[in-house]
Design a protein around this ligand. Structure first.
Ligand code: SF4
Ligand code: SF4
Length: 396
């Protein structure tokens, strides 16, 4: 069975699964273009700073907000075709006159692009064929269309992807275990840092690809779904709380993508199975979600609360509406379900051993889930101690 058939069967998706309008988030009732009410408004910040809540000091807030500088420039330039995510390039690299585009076998292309992406900030990179089912119909108030053109272009009405851009490079950037452990306070700075790393890394890699003579359309969460493309690139599987779990980094990554006509070698199979099977017996994210937004029970093919919200895949449908309400209550993007996940650990041989068992001897899964709680993993760290702890940097 090829990767397409395996993916369709494992995630219960039909080959003609319809594309989705990414312009409006029905569950959250807000535009994805950040024009709706925000959870991190200045009045709420001031209230929490004055109350002296641990992890909510002026320093902590400034730290978190600053980490998002590259992704959220606050000048209205967020979204599709903005900043380093420009579709037509920044002019930093160029193919010199009389020089042909780089011509190399796909395996060589994968090797070079993977190394460059990791140098620019990625921890893992995957490759897959374009799957239009996961490209939004609309984003940033523009129709996203495919046309037989040589170069991508964007007008006020539409964003045009050349049909020949049939390959996708999926880039995972890191999130730090330590900072993630302070969720839901603003000291969970690593989400913002992850978005900034996505923007920098994908934008820089796209510029390199253009310098090699090819089109490169870099993106964050705009333009296309990230998780299905990451799965098809062999980088992991979809968890109960709706995120990618990578066998090495767990949920501690964020995902950027580049559409390109460069001849890459797509993944021939998905990542080893075992993650969904583990989530089937582990409900810790559902147990610990303060707004009860993560479902219990088996995967379903539609969202029980929002049946029209992108149904048709076999997965766990989170209640993004109640999740969003909790974000407003806590004044951050929460992330408790990431912090407590059994797949969120520092790197270590003992954790690799457990993951080997999860992949190969699933009969022990209930024991691992039980022991994870008994050993105290996934608890929130004390924000009052954060600034006294020396910074840790993990080489990957
Ligand atoms: S981010 Fe928080 S509120 Fe939202 S699903 Fe995760 S734990 Fe629940
Ligand atoms: S906490 Fe458990 S059920 Fe939730 S995503 Fe992690 S492994 Fe899966």
């Amino acid at each position: 069975m090829g990767i397409d058939e395996d993916f369709n069967e494992y995630y219960g998706i039909s080959p003609d699964h319809p594309r989705y309008d990414g312009n409006f988030d029905e569950a959250r009732g807000i535009s994805r273009d950040r024009t709706g009410p925000r959870y991190n408004n200045p009045e709420g910040m001031a209230k929490r700073i004055k109350a002296g809540l641990p992890g909510y000091s002026l320093v902590d807030y400034a730290f978190k907000d600053a980490a998002g500088t590259v992704e959220y420039p606050h000048d209205g330039t967020y979204g599709l075709n903005q900043g380093y995510y420009r579709w037509t390039g920044l002019g930093q690299t160029k193919l010199p006159p009389g020089i042909e585009p780089w011509d190399a076998p796909p395996e060589e292309v994968n090797k070079v692009i993977t190394k460059a992406a990791k140098y620019f900030g990625a921890v893992d990179v995957g490759f897959c064929k374009m799957d239009k089912r996961f490209v939004y119909t609309r984003s940033s108030n523009k129709d996203i269309v495919f046309e037989d053109v040589d170069k991508p272009y964007v007008t006020d009405e539409k964003a045009v992807i050349p049909e020949k851009c049939g390959n996708v490079i999926v880039i995972l950037v890191p999130m730090e275990f330590t900072e993630n452990s302070y969720a839901p306070t603003p000291l969970e700075v690593t989400s913002n840092m992850g978005y900034a790393r996505m923007h920098f890394t994908a934008g820089t890699l796209a510029e390199m690809i253009r310098g090699l003579g090819y089109n490169a359309i870099p993106m964050g969460n705009d333009t296309a779904f990230s998780v299905p493309l990451a799965i098809k690139a062999g980088l992991g599987h979809l968890s109960r709380n709706g995120r990618l779990i990578n066998w090495k980094y767990g949920q501690l990554t964020r995902i950027a993508k580049i559409f390109t006509d460069m001849p890459v070698k797509p993944a021939e199979k998905m990542a080893p199975k075992g993650i969904i099977e583990y989530c089937e017996i582990c409900t810790r994210c559902a147990d610990e979600c303060p707004s009860k937004s993560v479902p219990y029970g088996p995967r379903t093919t539609s969202n029980p609360k929002y049946p029209n919200l992108n149904p048709g895949a076999l997965k766990w449908y989170n209640d993004e509406g109640s999740c969003s309400e909790y974000w407003k209550e806590v004044g951050t993007g929460c992330s408790i379900c990431l912090r407590c996940c059994d797949f969120v650990k520092p790197q270590g041989i003992e954790h690799d051993l457990v993951k080997w068992f999860i992949r190969n001897v699933p009969q022990f899964n209930r024991f691992w889930a039980w022991s994870d709680r008994k050993l105290g993993y996934g608890k929130m760290q004390d924000p009052r101690e954060y600034w006294d702890i020396p910074i840790e940097r993990h080489r990957n």
